[in-house]
Write a protein that binds this ligand. Structure first.
Ligand code: GTP
Ligand code: SPV
Ligand code: MN
Length: 605
């Protein structure tokens, strides 16, 4: 039964079924009984492994194929009529060719399989932010993950009514052949087609494909923004609440910052941090001239390794019920899960992420091939589980932003925190972000690359126009958020992180929010922007050992706040080359002006 009279939906389903030839079509209603049947079916087929019902109720483990463990940026395309509209940092394919290619691959691929029709909303249905998608898939894993990550089911069809429009998504798992894997976006048609993958970011089409790539394109045309940002709220001891959004590249700390637990002396004073979102923010101009943000998702697709009771208690708690784990290790002693960093002791009876018995004796921290869990193993967890979830999570209007923070993984050069001189300079700071690559995408890790606004893999149009859109948005807001840059990843000469990170990042957030006050704390004006006076960052009651016997102190703080002009002069040269060679002529003048200022500020006098 179809549950809708919307012709566009019915046609989309009929055409896709005609193409892929499923044996059966099942409409996902969001009904618990239906989802339970699907879970049972996936367990019976081996697609999911049921975990210990007492310790991890309603939780499952899934293993992907070993060739299918991360986003595939070089097989992800923006298919606009004109190549130049996709811009210089996207892979582009002619839409006709892209449809033909993926249709050929998907043709008949659901024979003997079931096609599931998933109506879902990004954003809370009923809010001005919300948008509806329909994902067609032949994967139960996708259905169950979409149920966690989005607000899904029959109410989304009701919201569409008889002729509402929606984002079309077709996912066909095919043979999970890496050579025929394509993640195609047709922003001009509101359409996504994904073939030959079953990994999160490639197949949960509401997430990166819709909520970032397609949505960023919609946002440019409609005057709003879709960003790769966490949103968090800080409550002060006097009850005042402030919100910040932060853009860090994949696997660079958004989930961790979004759920941070402040150091004890902050808690004792009455500070509280609450999570609104950990990956994506949709941002609009409010009637009050401020920017307002919502998290369009309904769950977390978080990095597992490194998550533990101390580093991210709230994320760990979120995985204790109704979660799906992907490519983590299975502890067969009690049918629970394990990953590197979960516990100090290595468990003895473990099946690794590929399904083979694991030998803890061979574990070598420096050699990822000896790991039990894949470095990009993840959990999908309902947001409702999160102990620090903000009461504003389901707000129809979102939360007003006091600050926007950019940040990357930089071993050197970029200080712990600095503030832009104004909005346009802030956009410049976002545009020049570089970060070391991580396991969230296929390819080498640890390679420094440009990742403007942490959106390099997610901008659904021309990057120069995207920068321009940021500049334009600044003109529309009377009270724009202040813009900052942070770097939790500065290393000493031995490769140790110099800043403790995690909960201690609260100390930097506090300074950032003080800078947003009407009477801000003073700051030093430097070549790159405003940098804190070291004594204005609270490092009291801090207990961090950078290396054995070396405790973090004020000298270390000074050194990670220092702005090395010679290094920045080099950085500026490099940015100039990046602008010229990788962004090209659509770069807004406001940004080249900021670059000139940076160059002048760093020039030897
Ligand atoms: P995506 O889900 O891929 O977009 O990533 P994310 O930005 O949410 O990253 P996440 O918070 O999951 O962090 C990824 C990795 O960075 C984990 O291995 C964390 O342990 C590590 N990490 C997060 N915050 C910090 C920090 O403050 N300091 C240090 N040194 N590591 C951190
Ligand atoms: C990221 O890679 O930034 C993620 C995970 O958040 S994925 O959904 O796979 O894109
Ligand atoms: Mn992400």
């Amino acid at each position: 039964m179809a549950f809708t009279k919307n012709k566009k939906v019915l046609n989309f389903v009929a055409e896709s079924a005609e193409l892929t030839q499923p044996d059966k079509i099942v409409w996902i209603t969001g009904d618990a009984a239906q989802l339970d049947r699907l879970k049972a079916e996936a367990v019976a087929s081996g697609e999911l492994i049921k975990l210990n019902e007492n310790l991890l109720p309603d939780c499952y483990l899934h293993r992907t194929k070993v060739n299918d463990v991360a986003r595939v940026e070089d097989r992800t395309f923006i298919c606009t009529q004109k190549k130049e509209d996709a811009g210089p940092i996207n892979y582009w394919m002619d839409p006709r060719q892209a449809y033909e290619l993926t249709h050929e691959i998907a043709r008949g691929s659901m024979k003997g399989r079931t096609m599931y029709v998933i109506p879902y909303a990004m954003g809370v249905p009923g809010s001005d932010f919300a948008k509806i998608g329909i994902e067609l898939t032949d994967s139960i894993y996708v259905v169950l993950n979409m149920n966690i990550m989005t607000r899904m089911g029959k109410q989304c069809l009701d919201a569409l009514g008889k002729d509402g429009d929606f984002i079309k998504g077709l996912h066909a798992k095919c043979d999970v052949d890496a050579e025929k894997r394509y993640i195609m976006h047709f922003p001009e048609d509101n359409t996504i087609i994904s073939v030959n993958s079953a990994y999160g970011g490639n197949v949960l089409l509401g997430k990166k494909c819709f909520a970032l790539r397609i949505a960023s394109y919609l946002g440019k045309n409609e005057g709003w923004m879709a960003e790769h940002m966490l949103i968090l709220g800080i409550t002060y001891p006097d009850g005042v609440k402030k919100y910040v959004a932060a853009a860090f590249p994949s696997a660079c700390g958004k989930t961790n910052l979004a759920m941070l637990i402040p150091p004890k002396h902050y808690l004792d004073k009455g500070y509280k941090v609450e999570c609104v979102g950990d990956d994506i923010a949709w941002i609009r101009v409010g009637d009050d001239g401020r920017l307002w943000a919502v998290n369009p998702e309904n769950g977390f697709f978080g990095v597992a390794p490194g998550t533990n009771e101390h580093s991210n208690y709230n994320a760990l708690q979120s995985t204790k019920r109704g979660a799906i784990f992907t490519n983590v290790a299975l502890n067969t002693d009690d049918m629970t899960v394990w990953w590197e960093g979960l516990t100090k002791e290595l468990p003895q009876n473990v099946i690794d992420w590929t399904g083979k018995p694991w030998n803890p004796a061979k574990f070598d921290k420096k050699d990822k091939s000896t790991y039990a869990a894949h470095p990009n193993s993840r959990f999908t967890a309902p947001a409702a589980n999160c102990p620090c979830l903000s009461p504003e999570f389901n707000s129809l209007t979102g939360v007003p932003l006091s600050a926007i923070i950019f940040g990357g993984r930089r071993a050197s050069t970029t200080p712990l925190v600095y503030q832009s001189r104004d909005w346009n300079h802030g956009v410049f700071i976002g545009s020049i972000m570089s970060s070391e690559t991580t396991a969230a995408a296929t390819g080498a890790t640890g390679v420094l690359r440009h990742d403007p606004m942490a959106m390099k893999p997610f901008i659904g149009y021309h990057v120069g126009d995207y920068f321009k859109h940021w500049i334009e948005m600044g003109k529309k807001v009377k009270n724009p958020p202040k813009i900052f840059n942070v770097n939790w990843f500065r290393q000493d000469e031995h490769g140790n992180f110099m800043w403790p990170g995690f909960g201690d990042n609260m100390r930097v957030l506090e300074w950032i929010l003080k800078r947003c006050d009407d009477n801000p704390v003073d700051a030093q004006e430097t070549a790159i922007g405003y940098v804190p006076y070291p004594e204005d960052i609270d490092i009291s009651e801090m207990d961090y050992e950078i290396s054995e016997g070396k405790k973090f102190g004020i000298e270390d703080l000074k050194s990670i706040l220092a702005v090395d002009k010679a290094k920045w002069a080099k950085e500026a040269e490099e940015i100039e080359a990046y602008y010229k060679n990788s962004i090209g002529s659509r770069i807004p003048k406001e940004l080249t002006d900021s670059l000139e200022t940076l160059k002048n500020n760093c020039a030897e006098k």
